[in-house]
Design a protein around this ligand. Sequence first.
Ligand code: PBG
Length: 323
Amino acid sequence: MLQRPRRNRSSAVIRSMVEETRLSVNDMLFPLFVMDGKNVSTEIKSMPGIYRYSTDLLLKEIESCVQLGIQSFALFPQVAESKKDSMATESYKKGSLYLESIYEVTKRFPEISLLTDVAMDPYSSDGHDGIVQGGQILNDETLPVLAKMAIAQAQAGSKLIGPSDMMDGRIGYLRESLDDAGFSNVGIMAYTAKYASAFYGPFRDALESAPKFGDKKTYQMNPANRREALIELELDESEGADFLMVKPALAYLDIISLLRENSHLPIAAYNVSGEYAMVKAAAQQGWIDGEKAMLECLLSIKRAGAQVILTYFAKEFAQLKIS
Ligand code: PBG
């Protein structure tokens, strides 16, 4: 045998020398949940170790993450049912929980990156990402609502918005609206290939944002489709996206690699709530080694081609102090 691949696996040093992919805390973007109140936090049952925080405690949580080296965060609001309506008006109301929280976070931590969420579902009494009329999710009528939301977030201090709604034409519409409002420096991380997935369940528990009827299959993508992701890629690129995202991540590693090969833009992947919950649940049962499984999952996402990993594991990863 001329080739014995095992020679390059024979010691820790050699294995490290030939290692092709390395995780770093710089790859991680940590999604956080904000709730109403003062000095309160509640753990999300289906996401062990992940909490909703009132803004004062959110600032403390971010502080401790920054000390661990995490520099990028996303923020989602849990909105009281009484504040939800069919037009998601709470999403751009001055003084709302989310906008105040964005203001506080960006003022206190001007150096971090905060991805703010643009979609109607946290504020919609229908639990959908767009305006609902007669059981249909309206596309073009939803765009101005998203634009109001994006501009309100930019005014509150956001430098990076994440439209997670999957309406057609949203990236171009938001780019133009932000530019017209004087926010040409605010970036857009497009949820380019966002699939209609069962893995969003725990997130909808966290926000109490599950659809009140039906599902999201008329706007989120069919998990069976790969080439369709390239249509979304072309649209988002031509409409001015700064990042392209694939969501979920683990069941869609081929899509991450497809976008990586077909775009020069940075690719992000969202290791979603259900993917986190599966690892946690199995680890709690003692069925897998939770830490090793976490590292293997994160590694696979980076190896597939993601440069940014949105993951609820970010803090746990940072605590391992891998360098
Ligand atoms: C919808 C949205 C979803 C997530 C974030 N924003 C999916 C959905 O409810 O359809 C899921 C994130 C996760 O599961 O971690 N705008």
